[in-house]
Design a protein around this ligand. Structure first.
Ligand code: GDP
Length: 310
């Protein structure tokens, strides 16, 4: 991911390195190349406009530092602006003062929510937490089974509607909700966690292939029912320019608190994913980089910017 963007920016800066001083024309030419590289990488147009505007202004106002030559100065500015569009500082997970912490996952079908549920549970378990997964995706017949498989792999229990309501086979949770009511499942899942003193509840919700009102309403109802500490919007970094509209729709529909970029291991151009934090004003918190439980990392805007400019 980002290889081509990274190559383009690096070669732009290489051309600058031969210059002793940068004229306004040099800066404009550089900014034009940066603009083209970002657009070709699928970064959303308004984000590109703001980004290049800021770089140009700062480069022209020559925040000259004695230690850096003009080319290094431009790289530094681009780096800082990249960190800015990626959300600035690393944003850690909010944990509830009184457990359990409730984390709800939202996103389109196939975005990587179920996979993420396992990764997040696995990571939290490694930190000494006792997460439980809640299967509130009742849209697809396979979703509950899939989450159970993921939970088993992560070594955590799953709360799901009948049949097979819990991984604790000798404890069939007689109060399990009816199939078909995801809001009820989510609410009961949180109650179940409280009862058993699980300190984190991860609620997987249904996705659709495209945005639709029923899906949004359902996600919004689940949100209202379980009052989550975090609502993580999972987005497939490979979906290109659609990322921005999808992210905006989810920001309006479910008001998520953070973004998870999934499939960052792919070879897509990735720029649309880069726009998501900026256009929604929500931080990117995690990155998913493969199908294994451990292909998961906390997202650090500064490290990602450095990787792109490396
Ligand atoms: P959901 O419908 O949002 O729950 O999506 P899933 O978690 O079922 O993921 C959809 C597909 O994408 C599955 O085949 C996953 O194995 C795959 N997947 C999920 N996350 C990643 C990732 O970070 N990298 C790659 N390469 N594949 C992923």
């Amino acid at each position: 991911m980002f290889n081509s963007l990274s190559d383009r920016l690096t070669s732009t800066f290489k051309n600058l390195r031969t210059r002793g001083r940068l004229s306004e024309a040099d800066i404009d030419a550089t900014v034009r190349e940066i603009r083209r590289a970002l657009l070709d990488a699928d970064v959303a147009v308004p984000v590109v406009r703001e980004f290049t505007g800021a770089v140009r202004e700062r480069a022209l106002s020559s925040e000259v530092s004695g230690a850096l030559n003009p080319a290094q100065q431009v790289v530094k500015i681009v780096n800082e602006e990249l960190v800015g569009i990626l959300g600035g500082a690393t944003r850690p997970l909010t944990l509830a003062k009184t457990p359990p912490t409730v984390i709800m996952l939202a996103g389109l079908q196939g975005a990587g929510k179920t996979t993420l549920a396992g990764k997040l549970a696995h990571a939290l378990k490694g930190q000494g937490h006792t997460p439980v997964l809640v299967a509130a995706d009742l849209q697809r017949p396979n979703a509950v089974t899939q989450l159970s498989v993921v939970a088993e792999r992560a070594g955590v229990p799953v709360f799901a509607p009948h049949p097979g309501n819990t991984s604790e086979a000798d404890d069939p949770a007689a109060d399990a909700p009816l199939i078909g009511d995801p809001v009820g499942v989510a609410r009961d899942g949180v109650a179940y966690a409280k009862e058993r003193q699980h300190d984190v509840v991860i609620v997987d919700t249904a996705g659709r292939l495209g945005i639709d009102e029923v899906l949004m309403q359902q996600a919004s109802d689940i949100r209202a029912a379980v009052n989550p500490d975090e609502v993580l919007f999972v987005i497939d970094a490979m979906i290109g320019q659609d990322a921005v509209n999808t992210a905006k729709a989810f920001a309006d529909g479910v008001d998520f608190t953070g973004v998870v970029l999934s499939k960052l291991d792919g070879d897509a151009r990735g720029g649309a994913a880069l726009s998501v934090a900026k256009v929604t004003g929500r931080p990117i918190m995690f990155a998913s980089t493969g199908e294994k439980l451990t292909d998961f990392e906390v997202f650090h805007p500064d490290r990602m910017a450095s990787r792109i400019l490396d």
